[in-house]
Ligand binder design. Sequence first.
Ligand SMILES: [Cu+2]
Length: 224
Amino acid sequence: MFGKILILGYFLLVKSDLVKYTFEIEEWVVDFMRPTISGLNETGTLPWQHPGSRQQPFHIPEEQRKHALLINGMYPGPLIDVYENDIVEVTVINRMMSEATTIHWHGVHVPGTPYMDGARSVTQGPILPGESFTYRFTAWPAGSHWYHSHMDAVQASMGIKGPFVIKKRDDPYKSMYDEDIVVSVSDEWREPAVCLKLEGAMAGNPGMLICLKCSLCRCQACQF
Ligand SMILES: [Cu+2]
């Protein structure tokens, strides 16, 4: 009886909001030297509603063109910003032409819903092109986490990744800062598929050396 009252008290005391996100994953051509763009332009619309807000592929020097896979046209993907114990609902819409995908919430334990972990072929089947899947899980524990494609390592390096911040509602350090800002830092390869899938998987590969000139792995053209 006492235990039941405790459990009831816990659910009455723990505040929890439902926070929803929509991730539309599409193929883009970006300038790998500066792939980051703002998700919203001055008019408050998203990039695909304003094609002019992105560089046209043919205006990007050929040696800098990168085939990217972006969430909502952004790189890195949109920030998930919630409080501990919130229910997070992310609807992933796969608009890629031929690639299946899943998203893994790295560092988030998804308590009670292991099938929401996003590990392809382990906790779920892949989300096929043209299909969608809604993840729904509890945000726990608090911390600075990230999410990334869990289809293969290449998709994350092509852009399907982003920051995931879970804050405590009663932050004991609240008085010590004015603003909380996320900075994402990442290596950037023009052709991650060449490094990770092709050369990386080849027998006798001498190592994952990146050509400083063209950013490809130990490329034959540059004889690096
Ligand atoms: Cu991970």
